[in-house]
Design a protein around this ligand. Sequence first.
Ligand code: RUB
Length: 316
Amino acid sequence: GSQDVHQEVDAVAEDIATMETRGAATIARAVVDALATQAEASDAESPAAFVAEMRAAAQTLHDTRPTAVSLPNALRFVFRQMDGESVEQLRASAVAAADRFRSQLERAQDDLGRIGANRLRDGDTVMTHCHSTDALACVEAAVEQGKELSAIVKETRPRNQGHITAAALREMDVPVTLVVDSAARRYLDEADHVLVGADSIAADGSVINKIGTSGLAVLARERGVPIMTAAQTIKLHPATLTGHTVEIEMRDESEVISEQDRSDVGELEVLNPAFDVTPPRYMDAIVTERGQFPPESIVTLMRDMFGEGTDDPWET
Ligand code: RUB
């Protein structure tokens, strides 16, 4: 019944907020799955009640984390295709939209991987930051083409997503060297590429990704190492076309310092931004499923995709 569905949506939202479910593409898939569950299990008695429930679910999912635009883009995808005169029609169209979303996400990642792989040559070493399934898709496609790659993986404090990347690369038989974040410059000379993902891409070509990406990009430029972002078009942030900025999530200080250590140190402020902004001039390429773009020209793709603007269907 409705109560169980409600709890399931809440559980998905909680997993996103606590980062049990994380990464921009994975979050997008999870919210679409939750909307489909909501649609399937709803016992709403009128179309209006059904839509109201879907909106409430979307609002709960939306309010989990603010930076990855793939989340609201995924919600919009489902709402745009939800249509019908009856609860049954609405339900069927929402479930079908969720199915389409899942297959498009998968196809986009495969297509993007093949494009990104073209930038990687046999014998290359890539340096990674955080854990991005879009970035890993490029490595996987290159490996499938028979190229031998190795990786220098930054651990990515405070949450150590580098460990997830290391495990995924080992799964592909790619040799991995794990380094602390502050060792990036020391080992950049051994890297042929820096390869990162994105939570959002702004209209000016700025890349919003895990905190530390912008510093890494500046270092890569200083060492002359090319840096690319792998980001499917669901990461394009429509509101930046009209001058809005991307909100950077601030997370709890407990991720940075234990309560004990904090009280030992004495009075201090702890700041824990989860993401930062890499200006377009420090990024060599944005690789999407629609091709590779210099960051400055991503705006043409965005106008093409969001020319008619976007709405926030969950806002009532
Ligand atoms: C994850 C992160 C990833 C992007 C892209 O941050 O910054 O680089 O989300 O990932 P967090 P993907 O761990 O805080 O969610 O390519 O899988 O969408």
